[in-house]
Design a protein around this ligand. Structure first.
Ligand SMILES: Cc1ncc(COP(=O)(O)O)c(C=O)c1O
Length: 396
């Protein structure tokens, strides 16, 4: 159980913690007072429906979506990405290009369409200073077979920010669809779907948007036809035997997660108040401090772009010859209550790309708005201490 007094939480890329107080209050209030939208007579049901409608508008405005009704609430970013990738009509002569840093939530569904439909996929080469090779993309696009380009806006492993505006421009030029995975970007850096020119945007509610788990969403540009990922009751068009085909209800099956939707909206409102610029500035400052504190640690290697302005507040590292990522993570957690994540971070493709698979992956420190400078200094000092200890090697 996480308690403020005992933990230093540096695992915000997995899920942010703590949430702003207003998010806890809103979820509690919603749980006590609202009934299921589209499935209840009376005031609490219609209030639920109105709240959901307002939530859809607010989330859509946050991402500058051209049409809020094209945004589907989903149980997670993973489901959103699966809908966008698996539910297109694929032909064997079509291709997908993705980055070399993708999370399983993109790479596994892409592998599935390759397996099921014979589609070929390619990974754009990565360099820390150029995390997505645009020349490679253009070359493939020129071939005329690329149907989909899928890319996380920021890597969950290194924090590298991808050149998504350029990718969007190339996709428009050559007529490919662009799927943007904003799991690590939403609430961290600006995500303007119209400026980027994305055809799909997938996001998670529980990370940078400070909502609860169990909620995310997918925006689909008008005119794109998707098959359904699941079918069932939508609370609308109840007299029809088949799905209506209408956005967004065609893809929002089963009772809505109204608690999640309310909590997500509270998170988005809180971000708008604090401002994204202030969040970014604070997280950047903390990252600079943290990385500065690690500079002199022997054997330590930090992955990703050395220019921290081109990264989020995610710092992945190894201490070759000194200790494994797991040893360091275990020691930090058990002895000092520091929460990090070690291993492969659901992104073996990204670990292969940076050279930590084969191997034991990295330890990832993901800082957040609620961390303090004191915490960050303390943890970089602890890392230095542990790496300097002879027992760091002995406990391997
Ligand atoms: C880049 C990226 N994409 C997608 C996801 C999936 O998000 P969720 O677990 O909320 O479905 C994650 C989660 O860590 C992620 O980091």
């Amino acid at each position: 159980m996480l308690e403020n007094a005992k933990h230093i939480y540096l695992n915000n890329a997995a899920t942010t913690w703590p949430k702003p107080e207003i998010v806890y209050q809103t979820v509690d209030d919603c749980f006590r007072h609202l009934a299921s939208p589209g499935r209840s007579a009376g005031a609490s049901g219609s209030e639920g429906a109105a709240i959901m409608q307002a939530a859809r508008q607010e989330v859509a405005a946050f991402f500058n979506l051209p049409d809020a009704m094209q945004m589907v609430f989903m149980p997670s970013c993973t489901y959103a990405l699966n809908l966008a990738i698996l539910c297109q009509q694929w032909r064997a002569d079509e291709e997908v290009v993705m980055s070399s840093m993708e999370h399983h939530a993109v790479s596994r569904p892409v592998r599935k369409v390759a397996r099921d439909h014979g589609v070929r996929f390619y990974c754009a080469p990565y360099r820390p200073t150029e995390p997505f090779d645009l020349n490679f993309l253009e070359e493939r696009l020129r071939g005329g077979r690329v149907k989909l380009v899928a890319c996380s806006m920021a890597s969950n492993l290194t924090g590298d920010i991808m050149p998504v505006h350029e990718i969007g421009r190339l996709c428009r030029q050559y007529g490919a669809k662009f799927l943007l995975d904003a799991a690590q970007a939403a609430g961290v850096i600006p995500v303007d779907v119209q400026a980027i020119g994305a055809d799909f945007l997938a996001f998670a509610g529980h990370k940078g948007l400070f909502g609860p788990p169990g909620i995310g969403g997918l925006y689909v540009a008008p005119g794109i036809n998707l098959n359904t990922l699941a079918e069932g009751g939508t609370g609308k068009d109840s007299g029809l035997h088949e799905m209506s085909g209408r956005f967004p209800s065609n893809f929002e099956v089963g009772t809505h997660n109204l608690l999640g939707i309310c909590g997500l909206t509270a998170g988005v409102r809180w971000i708008n108040q604090v401002t994204l610029a202030a969040i970014r500035e604070r997280e950047h400052r903390l990252t600079e401090l943290f990385v500065a504190g690690l500079q002199e640690v022997p054997g330590l290697r930090i992955y990703g772009n050395p220019d921290l302005t081109k990264r989020t507040a995610v710092v992945s590292l190894t201490c070759a010859g000194q200790c494994t990522p797991h040893q360091l993570a275990d020691w930090l957690a058990k002895e000092h209550g520091v929460v990090t994540r070690s291993g492969y971070h659901c992104a073996p493709l990204a670990h292969e790309t940076i050279g930590t698979l084969p191997g034991e992956g990295t330890i990832r420190f993901s800082l957040g708005y609620h961390n303090t400078e004191e915490e960050v200094r303390l943890v970089s000092g602890l890392v230095a201490d542990f790496v300097a200890k002879p027992q760091a090697v002995a406990v391997r």
